[in-house]
Design a protein around this ligand. Structure first.
Ligand code: ATP
Ligand code: MG
Length: 311
């Protein structure tokens, strides 16, 4: 071995490369400690998961957040879907709007009515297309950096909108966030939804957190004459729920006003309180509160206190 390099099983790492890796590891460790510290003031962290894209996960996350807030809970939403952030838009905010950065380096999330705090990479990028080209490792380090600097303050619930899937990226994200209380699985009513739930259940086991329940989105369409059309089929959610012993938290109908509101940056839940969908979200919020608060907060993750850090 030369004085300039070290060798690991035939793989040579130069001293400067070694130093760069060590510095990177130190940064990651410091950021992780900040995350643990920042998240101590959050009672419950609930991650919203689906193994298929486009099933309405972001819509469900934002509507549930609004419903929990309207029940008097202090709520935050973190958009962990770095490749396709949409939470901010569904909560009436615009891409590139920014978040307030304080002199100590911390970032304040934005707040929207009815009192939901939002942190999303979508607020920081100048236009929607930017993060799509980021690779896996860059995406997870962007998430780690954001979580390290966002000061949520006291929250009852932080809802995390995960990217679609249960692959490595989602696994890494859920490992960065300490003490997730549980997962909510979003599905649509179809045969494939069965395998979706199966995957989500085994994923939750790996993270050592329970599945709080399933929400079936796009469940049915109510026709103008009042009759119900089960466009994607009927009964799959009940079947899955009983097969896996998981609660079906509720069903959200297809409603064209949902897409219209989401596309034009209006909060559907706030503008359509009398709709079947909004009423379903309120019932789901009540049930989530019952289930999660019965389990109780997890003990704070390990990490030095502010005093120990000297800050
Ligand atoms: N119940 C519903 N009725 C009508 N439109 C809906 C409903 N739920 C979601 N949508 C619309 O379907 C589209 C996909 O929803 P959303 O973006 O929430 O899905 P997603 O699972 O988060 O997608 P992605 O995998 O891309 O993150 C959006 O245009 C949304 O407005
Ligand atoms: Mg989404």
């Amino acid at each position: 071995m030369s004085g300039e390099s070290s060798s690991r099983r035939g793989f040579r790492v130069s001293r400067s490369e070694y130093k760069a890796i060590a510095e990177r590891m130190k940064t990651i460790q410091e950021q992780q400690m900040r995350i643990v510290r920042n998240m101590r003031s959050i009672k419950y962290k609930v991650a919203v998961i689906s193994t298929k894209g486009g099933v309405g996960k972001s819509f469900v996350t934002t509507s549930l957040a609004a419903a929990l807030a309207s029940r008097g809970k202090r709520v935050g939403v973190f958009d962990a879907d770095i490749a396709g952030p949409s939470v901010h838009k569904m909560l009436g905010l615009q891409t590139g709007m920014g978040m307030l950065s304080l002199p100590d380096g911390s970032i304040k999330p934005l707040e929207v009515p009815p009192g939901v705090k939002v942190a999303s990479i979508g607020l920081l990028i100048p236009m929607d297309e930017v993060p799509l080209i980021w690779r896996g490792a860059i995406k997870t380090s962007a998430i780690r950096e954001m979580l390290a600097y966002v000061e949520w303050g006291e929250l009852d619930y932080l809802l995390i909108d995960l990217p679609p899937g249960t692959g490595d990226e989602v696994l890494t994200i859920t490992q960065i966030i300490p003490n997730i209380s549980g997962f909510i699985v979003v599905t649509i009513p179809s045969e494939v939804a069965k395998s979706v739930v199966k995957k989500a259940v085994s994923f939750a086991k790996r993270i050592n957190a329970p599945v709080i329940g399933i929400i079936e989105n796009m469940s049915y369409f109510r026709c103008p004459d009042g009759s119900v059309n089960y466009i994607f089929g009927k009964g799959a959610a009940e079947e899955i729920a009983s097969q896996y012993g998981i609660e079906l938290l509720g069903k959200i109908p297809i409603d064209p006003r949902i897409r219209e509101a989401n596309d034009s940056g209006r909060i559907f839940f706030m503008e359509n309180r009398d709709s079947e969908a909004a009423k379903a979200f309120l019932e789901i919020a009540d049930r989530v509160i019952e289930i999660v608060e019965k389990i109780g907060p997890k003990p704070p993750a390990w990490g030095p206190t502010l005093e120990e850090e000297g800050g």
